[in-house]
Design a protein around this ligand. Sequence first.
Ligand code: NAP
Ligand code: MG
Length: 491
Amino acid sequence: MLQELSRIVAQDKNFLNIINGRQGAALSQETITVLCPSDGMAFATIPAGNKDDVDRAVQAAREAFDHGPWSRMPAFERGRLLTRLGQLIGKHGEELAALESRDTGKPIRQGKADVAAAMRYYEFYGGAADKIHGDTIPFHDGYTALTLREPHGVVGGIIPWNYPMQIMARVVGAAIAMGNTLVIKPAEDASLSTIRIGELALEAGFPEGVLNVITGYGREAGAALSAHPGVDYVTFTGSPATGTAIQQAAATNNRGVTMELGGKSPQIVFADADIEKALPVLVNAIIQNGGQTCSAGSRILIERPIYNEVAAALGDRFSSLVAGPHDEDLDLGAMINPAQKHRVENYVSAAAEAGIDVIARGSIDINAPVSGYYVAPVLFGSVEASAAIAQEEVFGPVLSLFAFDDEEDAIRLANSTEYGLVAGIWTKDGARQHRVAKRVRAGQVFVNAYGAGGGIELPFGGFKKSGHGREKGFEALYDMSATKTIIFRHD
Ligand code: NAP
Ligand code: MG
């Protein structure tokens, strides 16, 4: 069934932008060819939107926010639109999973998991839309002071290619719940689900101009969106370098931003941990989505007395991992594009040449097309904290093991990178769980668990170079709105 669906998707299709409730090509008529990472073959096109298209989309979003019925729509009605969109995503779940997995190369079960998560975001924010309220504030006699949570206005959302459907959902869900209008710019390598969900939003009854989608190159469409004076707030998930460029562009208009910039997330395994419980979670945290996950658990810190045992058990599991085509549904799929494949391969060869111990390598399915962008998973042992693979976000199936001596050493190592997104702690000692969770610099800390990307309800975001602002949960609703204080004098 799903294979048939991917074939339907594989037929030539020209996807279109969505501006002001209507679909259309880029003004220039230019397109970008869409390739499937599993075999490198073209199967669709998207518009190559540029600053003129962005300008039209921002104007549409501006008009809808400033003059449309949108700003007078009750919060519960906005919530209903989100809920309806979630239901439509469920109705088209098989199609969307096949589309996402063909566009990004991720195994079909991950495509399905992304659909389920996207539905949950729209459900959650649909229900939350009318549950955010302001305060009344004790003030001088003869006054009443209160606060309202108001939308920023037009939000520009720049989405990466790793989990487009989920990341679109967390941006759109929170922004729409609070009454903003949006222009979304997905990544040129993975725009299809964003366009398709933009179409479904129209079917769900989103008023024209409220949700606009512009595809194109980051350096053109993305740059134009982040610098546009008609945009009131910018939200971005992606690399720190692009995040800096976007913040500089948004700063020309002094606009607020949310930045989710990835990580080098550690999992700390103490000698008293339940190793059997930890092992599958440790492996999945780096293999999910081929390691192309901002919250990937890419470093495992192991207490020295159990280091050899854990390294051997992980090695066994790594040697049996297989990468292959998305519709084969193996352990992992292809990397998103040739540049990402080479980037990961370069990290691996540089580390091996530097003498870092390769404990195990997985394999590439022998039937996988040679034109696909596959990388075999690699497990490195006894890595020094200063190594490139210990410090830099590889964004691939590359896991590094480190040995530590005591709790203090574990915390030092965990905090030894510029990033601070997620951390995992594995120990049965309750007091230690609390101590370490407080001292690790990360926006989310899991204890005896790890959920790469986990939890619609759980506030998520970075410390340090991992960014600022919070997404997911109710916190995202605060980031997607601003406080207005109103003071009445009535003496
Ligand atoms: P990227 O440059 O950060 O791309 C993310 C998004 O930003 C895409 O929509 C991209 O559009 C857009 N963009 C690119 N340049 C822009 C600019 N000057 N102004 C505005 N928007 C711009 O990421 P990448 O180059 O695709 O990947 C490189 C590395 O980034 C990866 O190896 C990984 O380490 C990291 N990364 C992290 C995450 C995460 O979730 N934290 C996600 C993706 C990548 P185009 O794709 O169309 O250029
Ligand atoms: Mg693609």
